[in-house]
Design a protein around this ligand. Structure first.
Ligand SMILES: Cc1cc2nc3c(=O)[nH]c(=O)nc-3n(C[C@H](O)[C@H](O)[C@H](O)COP(=O)(O)O)c2cc1C
Length: 394
């Protein structure tokens, strides 16, 4: 990710872009934790391509349009959202900064957009519902312990979550080599390398020492061996059910009475089947490049998934969104909205509540400015006609 700032940001007020927030987050975190958030699987080809895909499109803006006021007002999952944006689930966020999940949920509520709580979050389902009562979606991994999975789902229903998100691109954990190199392992072991690393960020280290490592609050009763954030982080996939399939998803559809979102879709035939199964939205996602390395960029997969969905089910997308221009391009290509993972996570880590808000402020301002500069008064006017292929540069 490029950062063209002349000097590295030292505080939130110095952050004008998501790249700046990422830099600030990097300053504040031990390397092992930053890399856990920032990194992808294996050679990180998909991680890079999620970003570079946006660079293959250029705008052909309309001029002489009255853009004194433009509206980024959107409809997501059949309800109003102030932006065509939702916060994606990011597990172990509290490992970066205490209270990260709440900071993200509150920022989303303030901006009038949905927040998705991960089942491996460091804050309880009920706490989020009580303290950040905006539009809440709950993301559930499918655990081998089925009873536990259904208990989680029931808790989300009782707490009033609007939608259940089932993530389907993680039957097993991806191979994240940065975690191995950083000795970010399970069970968590202090090694000379990671002790030095943690000591290099005294503020972070002191907080963890004095108040303890965050816990995966919703997984306390799940016996996968450990529930500390560091343990779960690098054991992603350990308790998940690789046998989960279409029959089981149909059961989820039958038993969950509210909106059902399926996240991690990349093909037309799967999208077609999901529409037939009655799910309420599809998210084109490759888990931010953290699972199957070599998977297509989500922006490249979007047209095919839209073809499969054939207008029967709305399609959203995540992966690599760092700019308002990225949001505009994804919408112009047909996404109903986009989700952001690292963009807001970096904000929260860089500055807690204020940092999470800052990330959303930046994205909103950039999107509005892009619309104005493209002559689009509302999101419907973001159409494929606004885009051209970027010239090949050798
Ligand atoms: C640190 C981290 C933790 C994540 N945890 C989850 C999770 O618990 N559940 C899930 O469905 N996706 C998870 N994701 C994937 C995100 O929901 C999302 O698909 C991805 O971050 C989008 O890419 P972006 O970070 O480039 O925006 C995680 C991503 C990151 C970076």
């Amino acid at each position: 990710m490029t950062n063209r700032s002349l000097s590295a940001p030292r505080c939130l007020a110095d952050c004008y872009s998501i790249a700046d927030l990422r830099q600030l987050a990097r300053r504040r975190l031990p390397r092992a934790v930053f890399d856990f958030f920032d990194g992808g699987a294996e050679d990180e080809a998909t991680l890079r391509e999620n970003r570079s895909a946006y660079d293959r499109y250029r705008f052909a803006p309309h001029v002489l349009v009255n853009v004194a006021e433009v509206s980024p007002q959107a409809t997501l999952l059949g309800a109003d959202a102030n932006l065509p944006l939702a916060i994606a689930p990011t597990g172990a966020a509290g490992f970066g900064v205490r209270g990260a999940d709440l900071a993200l949920a509150k920022a989303a509520a303030k901006h009038g957009i949905p927040y998705t709580l991960s089942s491996s979050a460091t804050t309880a389902i009920e706490t989020i519902a009580r303290e950040a009562p905006g539009r809440l979606w709950f993301q559930a991994y499918v655990f081998r312990n089925r009873e536990f999975f259904w208990q989680l789902v029931a808790r989300a229903e009782r707490a009033g979550y609007e939608a259940l998100v089932i993530t389907v691109d993680l039957p097993v954990g991806g191979k994240r080599e940065r975690d191995f190199h950083n000795h970010f392992s399970v069970p968590f072991r202090f090694t000379p390398r990671n002790v030095l690393d943690f000591a290099s960020r005294p503020r972070w280290a002191l907080d963890m020492l004095l108040r303890g490592m965050p816990v995966m609050e919703n997984l306390r009763d799940l016996d996968v061996g450990a529930t500390s954030a560091s343990a779960i982080a690098s054991s992603v996939g350990r308790g998940y059910d690789a046998a989960f399939d279409w029959v089981r998803l149909a059961e989820v559809r039958e038993r969950w009475p509210r909106k059902l979102i399926v996240k991690g879709v990349a093909r037309a035939d799967d999208a077609q089947r999901l529409a037939a199964l009655g799910c309420d939205a599809i998210v084109v996602s490759n888990h931010g490049g953290r699972q199957l390395d070599g998977a297509r960029a989500t922006l490249d997969a979007l047209p095919e998934v839209l073809r499969g969905a054939a207008g029967r089910v709305p399609v959203m997308l995540d992966g690599g969104i760092r700019r308002g221009t990225d949001i505009a391009k994804a919408l112009a290509l047909g996404a109903q909205g986009v989700w952001v993972g690292r963009a807001t996570l970096f904000g929260a880590v860089a500055g807690g509540d204020a940092g999470a808000l800052r990330a959303l402020d930046i994205l909103r301002d950039e999107l509005q400015r892009t619309m104005q500069l493209c002559g689009a008064q509302n999101l419907q006017q973001l159409s494929p006609d606004l885009l051209r292929p970027a010239p090949c540069i050798n």
